[in-house]
Design a protein around this ligand. Structure first.
Ligand code: UD1
Length: 341
Protein backbone atom coordinates (compact mmCIF):
# COMPACT_ATOMS: atom_id res chain seq x y z
CA UNK A 1 0.00 0.00 0.00
CA UNK A 2 1.54 3.32 -1.07
CA UNK A 3 1.80 5.95 1.63
CA UNK A 4 0.64 9.47 0.75
CA UNK A 5 0.90 12.64 2.82
CA UNK A 6 -1.98 15.10 2.49
CA UNK A 7 -1.32 18.57 3.91
CA UNK A 8 -4.51 20.38 4.85
CA UNK A 9 -6.21 17.00 4.76
CA UNK A 10 -8.96 18.08 7.15
CA UNK A 11 -9.99 21.04 4.98
CA UNK A 12 -12.74 21.18 2.37
CA UNK A 13 -11.00 19.75 -0.70
CA UNK A 14 -8.38 17.91 1.38
CA UNK A 15 -10.90 15.83 3.34
CA UNK A 16 -12.73 14.74 0.19
CA UNK A 17 -9.41 13.79 -1.41
CA UNK A 18 -8.42 11.72 1.64
CA UNK A 19 -11.66 9.76 1.26
CA UNK A 20 -10.99 9.07 -2.43
CA UNK A 21 -7.37 8.09 -1.73
CA UNK A 22 -8.46 5.65 0.94
CA UNK A 23 -11.12 4.26 -1.38
CA UNK A 24 -8.35 3.57 -3.90
CA UNK A 25 -6.28 1.74 -1.31
CA UNK A 26 -3.72 4.40 -0.37
CA UNK A 27 -2.39 4.70 3.16
CA UNK A 28 -2.99 8.33 4.07
CA UNK A 29 -1.16 10.50 6.57
CA UNK A 30 -2.83 13.86 7.14
CA UNK A 31 -0.94 16.96 8.24
CA UNK A 32 -3.14 19.82 9.40
CA UNK A 33 -2.64 22.70 11.84
CA UNK A 34 -6.40 22.90 12.59
CA UNK A 35 -6.37 26.65 11.86
CA UNK A 36 -9.37 26.32 9.56
CA UNK A 37 -10.58 22.79 10.30
CA UNK A 38 -11.63 20.55 13.15
CA UNK A 39 -10.58 17.14 14.40
CA UNK A 40 -14.16 15.98 14.06
CA UNK A 41 -13.53 15.75 10.32
CA UNK A 42 -11.04 12.96 11.01
CA UNK A 43 -13.80 10.89 12.62
CA UNK A 44 -16.17 11.74 9.80
CA UNK A 45 -13.64 10.58 7.19
CA UNK A 46 -13.21 7.39 9.21
CA UNK A 47 -16.94 6.80 9.31
CA UNK A 48 -17.16 7.16 5.51
CA UNK A 49 -14.21 4.92 4.62
CA UNK A 50 -14.10 2.61 7.63
CA UNK A 51 -10.42 3.36 8.03
CA UNK A 52 -8.84 6.01 10.22
CA UNK A 53 -6.14 8.00 8.42
CA UNK A 54 -3.00 8.78 10.41
CA UNK A 55 -3.00 12.36 11.63
CA UNK A 56 -0.27 14.75 12.70
CA UNK A 57 -1.12 18.21 13.99
CA UNK A 58 1.65 20.23 12.42
CA UNK A 59 2.18 23.83 11.40
CA UNK A 60 4.17 23.74 8.15
CA UNK A 61 5.91 26.97 9.16
CA UNK A 62 7.77 24.94 11.76
CA UNK A 63 10.68 23.83 9.58
CA UNK A 64 12.35 21.50 12.06
CA UNK A 65 9.06 19.74 12.80
CA UNK A 66 8.40 19.32 9.08
CA UNK A 67 11.85 17.76 8.68
CA UNK A 68 11.31 15.48 11.66
CA UNK A 69 7.91 14.44 10.30
CA UNK A 70 9.36 13.38 6.95
CA UNK A 71 12.21 11.53 8.69
CA UNK A 72 9.54 9.41 10.37
CA UNK A 73 7.69 9.04 7.08
CA UNK A 74 10.64 8.67 4.71
CA UNK A 75 8.76 5.90 2.87
CA UNK A 76 6.13 8.32 1.62
CA UNK A 77 5.49 7.99 -2.11
CA UNK A 78 3.75 11.27 -2.73
CA UNK A 79 2.61 14.55 -1.17
CA UNK A 80 -0.63 16.35 -2.00
CA UNK A 81 -0.38 19.90 -0.75
CA UNK A 82 -3.64 21.66 0.13
CA UNK A 83 -2.64 23.52 3.29
CA UNK A 84 -2.88 27.24 2.54
CA UNK A 85 -4.76 30.38 3.45
CA UNK A 86 -7.46 31.15 0.91
CA UNK A 87 -9.50 34.24 1.76
CA UNK A 88 -9.00 36.78 -1.00
CA UNK A 89 -10.11 39.81 1.06
CA UNK A 90 -8.02 38.85 4.07
CA UNK A 91 -4.97 38.45 1.83
CA UNK A 92 -5.30 42.08 0.76
CA UNK A 93 -5.38 43.16 4.43
CA UNK A 94 -2.57 40.84 5.54
CA UNK A 95 -0.29 40.16 2.58
CA UNK A 96 2.71 39.04 4.62
CA UNK A 97 0.62 36.50 6.48
CA UNK A 98 -0.38 35.04 3.12
CA UNK A 99 3.17 34.99 1.77
CA UNK A 100 4.34 33.31 4.98
CA UNK A 101 1.48 30.79 5.14
CA UNK A 102 1.45 29.91 1.45
CA UNK A 103 4.99 30.52 0.20
CA UNK A 104 7.38 29.99 3.14
CA UNK A 105 5.67 26.70 3.92
CA UNK A 106 5.86 25.58 0.29
CA UNK A 107 9.60 26.23 0.24
CA UNK A 108 10.15 24.26 3.48
CA UNK A 109 8.05 21.42 2.15
CA UNK A 110 9.84 21.23 -1.20
CA UNK A 111 13.27 21.37 0.46
CA UNK A 112 12.33 18.48 2.71
CA UNK A 113 10.65 16.40 0.03
CA UNK A 114 13.68 16.83 -2.21
CA UNK A 115 15.61 14.65 0.27
CA UNK A 116 13.16 11.76 -0.03
CA UNK A 117 13.72 8.77 -2.23
CA UNK A 118 10.45 9.38 -4.00
CA UNK A 119 9.41 12.98 -4.56
CA UNK A 120 6.02 13.23 -6.20
CA UNK A 121 4.13 16.42 -5.52
CA UNK A 122 0.64 17.69 -6.28
CA UNK A 123 -0.04 21.40 -5.85
CA UNK A 124 -3.43 23.08 -5.34
CA UNK A 125 -3.49 25.93 -7.78
CA UNK A 126 -6.42 27.96 -9.02
CA UNK A 127 -8.05 29.33 -12.15
CA UNK A 128 -7.43 32.68 -10.49
CA UNK A 129 -4.02 32.61 -12.27
CA UNK A 130 -5.81 33.35 -15.58
CA UNK A 131 -7.65 36.46 -14.36
CA UNK A 132 -10.12 37.48 -17.08
CA UNK A 133 -8.86 35.28 -19.88
CA UNK A 134 -8.96 36.66 -23.42
CA UNK A 135 -10.48 33.47 -24.80
CA UNK A 136 -13.08 31.06 -23.45
CA UNK A 137 -13.03 28.23 -22.60
CA UNK A 138 -9.66 28.63 -20.88
CA UNK A 139 -6.86 26.24 -21.84
CA UNK A 140 -3.72 25.64 -19.79
CA UNK A 141 -1.83 27.68 -22.39
CA UNK A 142 -3.76 30.86 -21.66
CA UNK A 143 -1.43 33.52 -20.32
CA UNK A 144 -1.13 33.98 -16.57
CA UNK A 145 -2.41 37.49 -15.78
CA UNK A 146 -1.19 39.83 -13.08
CA UNK A 147 -2.73 38.62 -9.81
CA UNK A 148 -5.60 40.66 -8.35
CA UNK A 149 -4.69 39.84 -4.75
CA UNK A 150 -1.83 38.51 -2.61
CA UNK A 151 -3.79 35.23 -2.40
CA UNK A 152 -3.83 34.95 -6.20
CA UNK A 153 -0.19 35.91 -6.27
CA UNK A 154 0.71 33.06 -3.90
CA UNK A 155 -0.80 30.59 -6.38
CA UNK A 156 1.19 32.09 -9.27
CA UNK A 157 4.42 32.25 -7.27
CA UNK A 158 3.80 28.74 -5.94
CA UNK A 159 3.56 27.39 -9.48
CA UNK A 160 6.77 29.25 -10.42
CA UNK A 161 8.64 27.85 -7.40
CA UNK A 162 7.57 24.35 -8.39
CA UNK A 163 8.60 24.93 -12.01
CA UNK A 164 12.06 26.14 -10.94
CA UNK A 165 12.45 23.14 -8.63
CA UNK A 166 11.50 20.74 -11.44
CA UNK A 167 14.04 22.44 -13.67
CA UNK A 168 17.00 21.71 -11.39
CA UNK A 169 15.85 18.34 -10.03
CA UNK A 170 14.88 15.77 -12.67
CA UNK A 171 13.77 13.35 -9.93
CA UNK A 172 11.23 15.81 -8.58
CA UNK A 173 7.84 15.22 -10.23
CA UNK A 174 5.08 17.74 -9.83
CA UNK A 175 1.58 18.39 -11.08
CA UNK A 176 -0.17 21.70 -10.49
CA UNK A 177 -3.94 21.46 -10.58
CA UNK A 178 -5.80 24.65 -11.41
CA UNK A 179 -9.22 24.39 -9.79
CA UNK A 180 -12.17 26.30 -11.14
CA UNK A 181 -14.96 26.77 -8.53
CA UNK A 182 -15.21 23.78 -6.16
CA UNK A 183 -18.66 23.36 -4.59
CA UNK A 184 -20.82 20.68 -3.03
CA UNK A 185 -20.11 18.07 -0.41
CA UNK A 186 -19.72 14.33 0.04
CA UNK A 187 -23.00 12.51 -0.77
CA UNK A 188 -22.97 11.07 2.77
CA UNK A 189 -23.20 14.68 4.06
CA UNK A 190 -20.53 13.79 6.62
CA UNK A 191 -17.93 16.18 5.22
CA UNK A 192 -18.28 19.46 3.36
CA UNK A 193 -17.33 23.12 3.33
CA UNK A 194 -17.49 24.97 6.62
CA UNK A 195 -16.53 28.62 6.16
CA UNK A 196 -15.55 30.61 9.24
CA UNK A 197 -17.77 33.69 9.63
CA UNK A 198 -19.62 35.17 6.69
CA UNK A 199 -19.01 33.08 3.57
CA UNK A 200 -17.32 34.89 0.71
CA UNK A 201 -18.15 32.25 -1.87
CA UNK A 202 -21.50 31.95 -3.59
CA UNK A 203 -22.69 28.44 -2.75
CA UNK A 204 -22.15 28.47 1.03
CA UNK A 205 -23.81 31.89 1.08
CA UNK A 206 -26.82 30.45 -0.74
CA UNK A 207 -27.19 27.46 1.60
CA UNK A 208 -26.67 29.58 4.72
CA UNK A 209 -29.34 32.01 3.52
CA UNK A 210 -31.77 29.19 2.81
CA UNK A 211 -31.23 27.68 6.26
CA UNK A 212 -31.82 31.06 7.90
CA UNK A 213 -28.31 32.00 8.99
CA UNK A 214 -28.22 34.95 6.55
CA UNK A 215 -31.13 37.24 5.69
CA UNK A 216 -30.50 37.65 2.02
CA UNK A 217 -28.06 36.82 -0.73
CA UNK A 218 -26.71 39.74 -2.73
CA UNK A 219 -26.16 38.93 -6.37
CA UNK A 220 -23.12 41.00 -7.24
CA UNK A 221 -24.21 42.72 -10.44
CA UNK A 222 -26.67 41.87 -13.22
CA UNK A 223 -25.28 44.24 -15.82
CA UNK A 224 -22.38 42.11 -17.04
CA UNK A 225 -22.14 41.24 -20.73
CA UNK A 226 -23.62 37.73 -20.27
CA UNK A 227 -27.03 36.31 -21.23
CA UNK A 228 -28.69 37.10 -17.89
CA UNK A 229 -26.24 39.83 -16.85
CA UNK A 230 -24.66 37.87 -13.98
CA UNK A 231 -21.11 36.48 -13.88
CA UNK A 232 -20.25 33.06 -15.19
CA UNK A 233 -18.09 30.44 -13.45
CA UNK A 234 -17.30 26.77 -13.84
CA UNK A 235 -18.66 25.08 -10.70
CA UNK A 236 -17.15 21.64 -10.09
CA UNK A 237 -18.35 19.09 -7.56
CA UNK A 238 -15.70 18.62 -4.87
CA UNK A 239 -15.89 14.81 -5.18
CA UNK A 240 -15.02 15.01 -8.90
CA UNK A 241 -12.18 17.34 -7.98
CA UNK A 242 -10.95 14.97 -5.28
CA UNK A 243 -10.92 12.06 -7.74
CA UNK A 244 -8.73 14.05 -10.11
CA UNK A 245 -6.07 14.23 -7.39
CA UNK A 246 -6.00 10.44 -7.11
CA UNK A 247 -5.62 10.06 -10.87
CA UNK A 248 -2.88 12.71 -10.98
CA UNK A 249 -0.99 10.99 -8.16
CA UNK A 250 -1.28 7.61 -9.87
CA UNK A 251 0.14 9.18 -13.03
CA UNK A 252 3.21 10.30 -11.09
CA UNK A 253 3.61 7.00 -9.27
CA UNK A 254 3.67 4.93 -12.44
CA UNK A 255 5.81 7.60 -14.13
CA UNK A 256 3.37 8.17 -16.94
CA UNK A 257 4.04 11.91 -16.79
CA UNK A 258 5.67 13.29 -19.90
CA UNK A 259 7.57 16.08 -18.15
CA UNK A 260 8.37 16.44 -14.46
CA UNK A 261 6.25 19.58 -14.28
CA UNK A 262 2.70 19.37 -15.59
CA UNK A 263 -0.37 21.59 -15.22
CA UNK A 264 -4.04 20.70 -15.61
CA UNK A 265 -7.29 22.63 -15.46
CA UNK A 266 -9.93 20.99 -13.30
CA UNK A 267 -13.43 22.11 -14.14
CA UNK A 268 -16.55 20.78 -15.82
CA UNK A 269 -16.05 22.74 -19.03
CA UNK A 270 -19.45 24.38 -18.61
CA UNK A 271 -20.08 27.89 -17.37
CA UNK A 272 -23.06 28.73 -15.16
CA UNK A 273 -24.30 32.19 -14.24
CA UNK A 274 -25.04 33.26 -10.67
CA UNK A 275 -28.77 33.19 -11.42
CA UNK A 276 -28.47 29.69 -12.90
CA UNK A 277 -26.79 28.52 -9.70
CA UNK A 278 -29.58 30.08 -7.62
CA UNK A 279 -32.23 28.44 -9.78
CA UNK A 280 -30.47 25.07 -9.56
CA UNK A 281 -30.50 25.42 -5.79
CA UNK A 282 -34.22 26.29 -5.74
CA UNK A 283 -34.99 23.37 -8.03
CA UNK A 284 -33.21 20.69 -6.00
CA UNK A 285 -34.07 22.01 -2.53
CA UNK A 286 -37.64 23.10 -3.13
CA UNK A 287 -36.75 26.27 -1.18
CA UNK A 288 -37.35 29.81 -2.40
CA UNK A 289 -34.17 31.79 -1.98
CA UNK A 290 -34.30 35.36 -0.75
CA UNK A 291 -31.97 37.33 -3.01
CA UNK A 292 -31.58 40.82 -4.39
CA UNK A 293 -29.53 42.29 -7.17
CA UNK A 294 -26.70 44.37 -5.70
CA UNK A 295 -23.64 46.29 -6.82
CA UNK A 296 -20.81 44.53 -8.61
CA UNK A 297 -18.08 43.16 -6.33
CA UNK A 298 -14.69 44.75 -6.90
CA UNK A 299 -12.22 42.43 -8.57
CA UNK A 300 -14.81 40.03 -10.04
CA UNK A 301 -14.17 38.82 -13.55
CA UNK A 302 -17.07 38.44 -15.99
CA UNK A 303 -16.64 34.88 -17.11
CA UNK A 304 -14.35 31.89 -16.55
CA UNK A 305 -14.80 28.28 -17.53
CA UNK A 306 -12.32 25.57 -18.31
CA UNK A 307 -11.27 23.81 -21.44
CA UNK A 308 -10.85 20.39 -19.85
CA UNK A 309 -9.50 18.59 -22.93
CA UNK A 310 -6.05 18.12 -21.42
CA UNK A 311 -7.32 16.59 -18.16
CA UNK A 312 -9.82 14.45 -20.11
CA UNK A 313 -7.28 13.10 -22.57
CA UNK A 314 -4.06 12.99 -20.59
CA UNK A 315 -5.36 12.15 -17.11
CA UNK A 316 -8.34 10.21 -18.41
CA UNK A 317 -10.47 12.14 -15.94
CA UNK A 318 -13.78 13.89 -16.46
CA UNK A 319 -16.12 15.64 -14.04
CA UNK A 320 -19.28 13.54 -13.83
CA UNK A 321 -21.61 15.41 -11.49
CA UNK A 322 -24.06 18.03 -12.66
CA UNK A 323 -24.66 21.43 -11.11
CA UNK A 324 -27.90 20.02 -9.66
CA UNK A 325 -26.00 17.11 -8.05
CA UNK A 326 -23.54 19.53 -6.49
CA UNK A 327 -26.25 21.87 -5.19
CA UNK A 328 -28.20 18.94 -3.77
CA UNK A 329 -25.15 17.72 -1.86
CA UNK A 330 -24.32 21.25 -0.63
CA UNK A 331 -27.87 21.60 0.71
CA UNK A 332 -27.84 18.19 2.37
CA UNK A 333 -24.54 19.09 4.07
CA UNK A 334 -25.83 22.47 5.26
CA UNK A 335 -28.87 20.82 6.79
CA UNK A 336 -26.75 18.15 8.46
CA UNK A 337 -24.18 20.52 9.92
CA UNK A 338 -26.70 23.01 11.30
CA UNK A 339 -28.54 20.27 13.11
CA UNK A 340 -25.26 19.17 14.65
CA UNK A 341 -24.06 22.57 15.88
C1 UD1 B 1 -13.31 33.33 -5.52
C2 UD1 B 1 -12.02 34.07 -5.43
C3 UD1 B 1 -10.94 33.30 -6.12
C4 UD1 B 1 -10.81 31.93 -5.47
C5 UD1 B 1 -12.15 31.22 -5.51
C6 UD1 B 1 -12.07 29.94 -4.71
C7 UD1 B 1 -12.65 36.43 -5.29
C8 UD1 B 1 -12.70 37.73 -5.99
N1 UD1 B 1 -12.19 35.41 -5.99
O1 UD1 B 1 -13.64 33.16 -6.87
O2 UD1 B 1 -9.72 33.98 -6.06
O3 UD1 B 1 -9.86 31.18 -6.15
O4 UD1 B 1 -13.16 32.05 -4.92
O5 UD1 B 1 -13.30 29.34 -4.62
O6 UD1 B 1 -13.02 36.33 -4.14
N2 UD1 B 1 -21.37 36.02 -5.78
C9 UD1 B 1 -22.54 36.71 -5.52
N3 UD1 B 1 -22.88 36.86 -4.21
C10 UD1 B 1 -22.14 36.37 -3.17
C11 UD1 B 1 -20.96 35.66 -3.46
C12 UD1 B 1 -20.61 35.51 -4.78
O7 UD1 B 1 -23.23 37.18 -6.43
O8 UD1 B 1 -22.52 36.58 -2.01
C13 UD1 B 1 -20.99 35.83 -7.20
C14 UD1 B 1 -19.64 36.45 -7.53
O9 UD1 B 1 -19.79 37.77 -7.93
C15 UD1 B 1 -19.18 35.53 -8.66
C16 UD1 B 1 -19.79 34.19 -8.32
O10 UD1 B 1 -20.84 34.46 -7.42
O11 UD1 B 1 -19.72 35.97 -9.87
C17 UD1 B 1 -18.81 33.23 -7.68
O12 UD1 B 1 -18.20 33.88 -6.59
P1 UD1 B 1 -17.23 33.13 -5.58
O13 UD1 B 1 -17.88 31.91 -5.07
O14 UD1 B 1 -16.74 34.14 -4.59
O15 UD1 B 1 -16.04 32.62 -6.52
P2 UD1 B 1 -15.03 33.47 -7.46
O16 UD1 B 1 -15.32 34.90 -7.39
O17 UD1 B 1 -15.08 32.85 -8.79
Amino acid sequence: MDKVVVTGGLGFIGSHTVVELQNEGFEVVIIDDLSNSTLETLDRITSITGKKPQFEELDLKNKSKVEAFFKTHSDVKGVIHFAASKAVGESVEKPLLYYENNITTLVYLLKTIGQLESSNFIFSSSCTVYGQADELPITENAPVKKAESPYGNTKQIGEEIIKDTCHVDADFNAISLRYFNPIGAHPSAKIGELPIGVPQNLVPFITQTAIGLRDQLSVFGDDYPTDDGTCIRDYIHVVDLAKAHVVALQRLLVKRNTTNCETFNLGTGTGSSVLEVIHAFERVSGEKLNYEIAQRRAGDIVSAYADTTKANEVLGWKAKSTLDDAMRSAWKWEQFIRKKI
